[in-house]
Design a protein around this ligand. Sequence first.
Ligand code: ADP
Ligand code: MG
Length: 154
Amino acid sequence: MYQWTCASPDETIAFAETLSSLLRAGDVLTLEGDLGAGKTTFTKGIANGLGIKEVVSSPTFTIIKEYEGNLPLYHMDVYRISGEEDLGFDEYLEGEGITVVEWATNIDDLLPEDYLEIALHHVDSVTRRLTLTPHGMRFEQLCKELIDYECSSH
Ligand code: ADP
Ligand code: MG
């Protein structure tokens, strides 16, 4: 488990952008945290890092949104999905893009063996605690590469 504290939305975006630069085709990230924890904000940082110019908005109603960048970004919010529903998630999870899943516990069985689990917790109105739990060697390595990253520059 690896933890960072981000003291503003911009710090969360900057952290995600840095993480994004370490990602490769096919990587899967899961985002957990209450409503308003910052899952979609974090995804904006991932998108920035992939050179995506389009504004990333919450896919709560569309469930899946696709963006074109240096790598494609598949942004899912499966909050409303129950276990039995399948909207072709496999195609995305096994695709060449980066898949970011909000509320991934709802599609637990579909997740690959290797993925990076990211939990966001409210500390106060502008501060969030980010906990990264790597699943698999590849993400263990990626977390180690981030270890010296400091969210606050002061
Ligand atoms: P979620 O997708 O988890 O429901 P959002 O990213 O849509 O959350 O919303 C998070 C809200 O919290 C945004 O309004 C954002 O500006 C605010 N916020 C405040 N501080 C932070 C922070 N440190 N990191 C991320 N978001 C923050
Ligand atoms: Mg969201």
